[in-house]
Write a protein that binds this ligand. Structure first.
Ligand code: DAH
Length: 350
């Protein structure tokens, strides 16, 4: 019986040696023939049952050792075989490369246009004092104009003590002028927050870009020239702008600035009057030929005073635009919230 085990051991080892390293099929056949559940070793071991206790004690351990040894033989070579199967000439898996979020792509474009016009980039805190967000900008407490900004309060209280999530980038105008004297040309990109119910065109957080120019003799025509050049830089040289009167507490006069529609080029199809058949027309400008782009105006004398700028010597203009809206127009994105969904499938498209 012992000899039977020893000769089986020799037979198995010899046949294994003759199998080529790469021949997985032959190795698997060997495994099943010798150490498989119904293999030769298992069959021989079954015969141990008929032996006397003495014989079992002697041969049992030998049989087990042989079985272990053969299984080990297969395993070691299997591991080596597995390594041999790695094809070093295959190209590796290239890690996926990310890219900028569409919001930042648009933001960077706007920034680079203004950098080209000699503006500096300034940033300010997202958690802001009520003073900078409101009162220094000529929006007194309890003034109805505050309702223009639905505000997240971090700390309610007296104006000097109140803390808010900034509702616009305008407070950075005031902060920046604490360390500067005119002439200045600044832009302020950044995240802002509004306490409002979200829908396709309203987010509770979004991005703005603010601008501030102060110098001697700055007039509305400078505002128009500057914004016209910037919009041409962004949307092409045929782009034109128009100003409509509007109200913002920190400017006087204040304007809403529209640009000729970047989609239809400002074609003057009449707006839909009801009845008949809709003939399509531009959905971006709703067939008005104009797209709302910025709030702007001449810096209010009270704001200049809060900046410690002498309004008899200096004047300036300011403007603010929504980056999300520009992104939506540029890429035809229908819902502002998509930009904040954290969905890579969304981001990958741009
Ligand atoms: N801060 C305004 C807003 O969030 C936008 C704005 C309008 C900024 C007019 C300005 C400006 O600097 O002059 O609605």
């Amino acid at each position: 019986m012992k000899d039977a085990f020893l000769s089986l051991q020799k037979e198995a080892t010899d046949t294994f040696k003759n199998i080529k390293e790469t021949d997985n099929r032959a190795r698997e056949a060997w495994r099943s023939l010798y150490v498989g559940r119904k293999g030769k070793v298992a069959l021989l071991m079954k015969q141990l049952a008929g032996l006397s206790v003495e014989e079992k004690k002697e041969i049992g351990p030998i049989a087990n050792a042989i079985k272990q040894e053969l299984m080990q033989l297969f395993k070691t070579h299997d591991a080596r075989g597995a390594n041999a199967r790695i094809d070093m000439s295959l190209p590796g898996r290239i890690p996926e490369r990310g890219h900028e979020h569409p919001l930042y792509q648009v933001m960077d474009q706007v920034i680079s246009v203004f950098l080209g016009m000699g503006f500096d980039v300034v940033e300010g805190p997202e958690i802001e004092l009520g003073y900078y967000n409101f009162s220094a900008l000529n929006i007194p407490k309890d003034h109805p104009a505050r309702d223009m900004w639905d505000t997240f309060y971090v700390r309610h209280g007296k104006e000097e003590e109140s803390v808010v999530l900034r509702t616009h980038t305008s407070p950075v105008q005031i902060r920046a002028m604490e360390h500067r004297t005119p002439p200045v040309r600044l832009i302020v990109p950044g995240r802002v927050f509004r306490h409002e119910a979200t829908d396709a065109t309203h987010g509770s957080n979004f991005f703005q870009l603010e601008g501030l120019v102060i110098d001697k003799g700055i007039r509305v025509t400078d505002l128009m020239g500057c914004l016209s050049a910037a919009m041409k830089g962004l949307y092409g040289k045929d782009t034109t702008i128009r100003l409509r009167p509007s109200y913002f507490p920190f400017v006087e006069p204040g304007f809403e600035v529209d640009i000729s529609c970047m989609m239809c080029g400002g074609s003057t199809q009449p707006p839909y009057q009801g009845g008949g058949r809709r003939d399509g027309g531009c959905s971006v400008c709703k067939r008005t030929g104009w797209v709302e782009m910025l709030g702007a105006g001449m810096v209010h004398p009270v704001v200049l005073k809060n900046m410690k700028v002498d309004s008899r010597k200096y004047s300036g203009f300011a403007f603010g635009m929504g980056i999300d809206r520009m992104m939506m127009l540029a890429y035809g994105i229908p819902d502002i919230r998509l930009g904040y969904s954290g969905d890579v499938e969304f981001v990958r498209q741009f």
